[in-house]
Design a protein around this ligand. Structure first.
Ligand SMILES: O=C([O-])CC(=O)C(=O)O
Ligand SMILES: [Mg+2]
Length: 207
């Protein structure tokens, strides 16, 4: 498990997204606090302007991973977490939280956990409706199931279905090797397009 996490972090979001067939890249989740992260998803879904479901998910006994993925109907209009919830996430040893809504108290937020969100907004939430915890969610336009792999860095956040992670890692290693070769050729004067052709031919010849 730790090996998978290490490999995902090394390969990074852009390469993993390409290797996954250009799938799984979230809209509206940007790394705003902390360092790159990779781990398995625990999920919650909350209505606009109400973060009770997010609180409930933190207490759920059936936690599935250490990346807390919260789908919010607020679309960036509410600061659903801030200093206090980040403190609770830290106490609970969460590696990261990913949400498609806003955050607040930005100058007071410190990692861990890393925080990926849609932006910053001081408008707060109420705590009335329970939301849904540990279910399949749609986060930033992407289906996230409890246990899926979630990777975030400054290029964005990508979700890889649990059953596909080994295949995606293998494809990402191939892509990385090819790009390393292209960079080598570009350093010796080739254009990126010409180097790409050469690297593609070399790869075909060696397989
Ligand atoms: O309390 C909230 O609902 C959000 C917040 O500002 C915090 O976590 O500090
Ligand atoms: Mg606050």
């Amino acid at each position: 498990m730790d090996e998978i996490k290490k490999d995902l972090l090394r390969l990074g979001v852009a390469t993993l997204y390409e290797a996954a067939g250009r799938r799984g890249l979230m809209a509206g989740a940007e790394l705003l606090v902390g360092v790159p992260f990779a781990g398995q998803a625990h999920t919650a879904e909350i209505p606009a302007g109400d973060n009770l479901g997010l609180h409930n998910g933190l207490r759920a006994p059936e936690r599935t991973g250490d990346i807390y993925c919260v789908a919010s109907a607020g679309k960036g209009r509410y600061g659903v977490i801030g200093e206090l919830l980040v403190e609770q996430l830290r106490a609970g040893a969460w590696q990261a939280i990913v949400l498609d809504d806003a955050i607040r108290d930005i100058d007071l937020l410190e990692a861990p956990p890393s925080v990926a969100a849609r932006g910053i907004c001081s408008r707060g939430t109420v705590k009335r409706r329970a939301g849904r915890v540990n279910v399949d969610i749609s986060l930033g336009g992407i289906l996230v199931r409890p246990g899926d792999w979630v990777v975030g860095d400054r290029d964005g956040v990508v979700v890889i279905p649990e059953g596909r992670v080994l295949n995606v890692l293998a494809a990402a290693e191939t892509r990385l090797a090819k790009e390393t070769r292209i960079a080598e050729l570009v350093r010796t004067g080739a254009t990126v397009l010409a180097a790409n052709l050469t690297a593609t031919e070399e790869l075909a010849a060696s397989s």
